[in-house]
Design a protein around this ligand. Structure first.
Ligand code: ADP
Length: 222
């Protein structure tokens, strides 16, 4: 059978990490995260790491040529011969075009999965998060409230909102995600009909994964 390339799109807070794990377990193919690969170079302090660390720290994208090259090498590794899950790639139209060439080269067929979430749900989910500034324990007013409102169960310290959970910051990240991803989804809609849009807003992760599985099975049957 042809190797399968699953391209996973999901905004911050959409549960993309959890769904990736389920897919890895179910399909026994590796997850390839460009963010992880880039961070690995920074940790190693090698020439690539040194060249990208400033852009990464600033939250800017690194060059298309570099990530294309990293993905080119990675998908040729033996563990990816039956397929792989791409996470965080492609991020730009240039990367998307190059990716299609790479997939043709290794003979892989692509399926794009878009985890669709209601942004209001994400904002309320993330804005309910609190953290203990002393011990780091996380709470959530809906899914994991502290025993006494506003204080840490473990050490009684008043809980705070983490900077990147502030509503304004969450909104900004969502806007940026939308700006980056929308043109890519349009690209994939235009080049193939293998775009799965899964509602990932309200249900438990297992339920969302059930939807992904049945859509994937439908596609394979086609
Ligand atoms: P997050 O999930 O927080 O967006 P990632 O781990 O996917 O983080 O990416 C972290 C950083 O790595 C990005 O901000 C960017 O600097 C770089 N990066 C990751 N993937 C790509 C890519 N496909 N193209 C360019 N830069 C990337």
């Amino acid at each position: 059978m042809k190797p399968i390339a699953i391209i996973l799109f999901g905004s911050p807070g959409s549960g993309k990490g959890t769904q990736s794990k389920y897919l890895v377990e179910w399909l026994r193919i590796p997850q390839i995260s460009t963010g992880d690969m880039l961070r690995e170079h920074i940790r190693a302090g090698d020439p690539i790491g040194l060249a990208i660390q400033e852009r990464m720290r600033a939250g800017s994208l690194v060059s298309d040529d570099l990530v294309n090259q990293l993905v080119f090498e990675r998908i040729r590794q033996p563990d990816a011969r039956n397929g792989f899950i791409l996470d965080g790639y492609p991020r730009t139209p240039t990367q998307a075009e190059e990716m299609m060439r790479l997939l043709t080269n290794v003979g892989a067929g692509e399926v794009v999965i878009h985890l669709v979430v209601d942004y209001n749900v994400i904002i309320s989910r993330m804005s309910g998060r609190r953290v203990c500034p002393k011990c780091g324990t996380l709470y959530n007013s809906v899914s994991r409230p502290p025993k006494v409102e506003g204080v840490c169960d473990l050490d009684g310290t008043p809980l705070v909102i983490r900077d990147d959970d502030r509503e304004q910051v969450v909104r900004e990240r969502l806007v940026q995600y939308e700006r980056q991803t929308q043109p890519l989804l349009e690209f994939f809609r235009a080049v193939n009909d293998r775009l799965i849009e899964v509602d990932a807003s309200g249900d438990r992760p297992e339920v969302v994964f059930g939807r992904i599985k049945s859509e994937l099975k439908n596609l394979v049957r086609k």
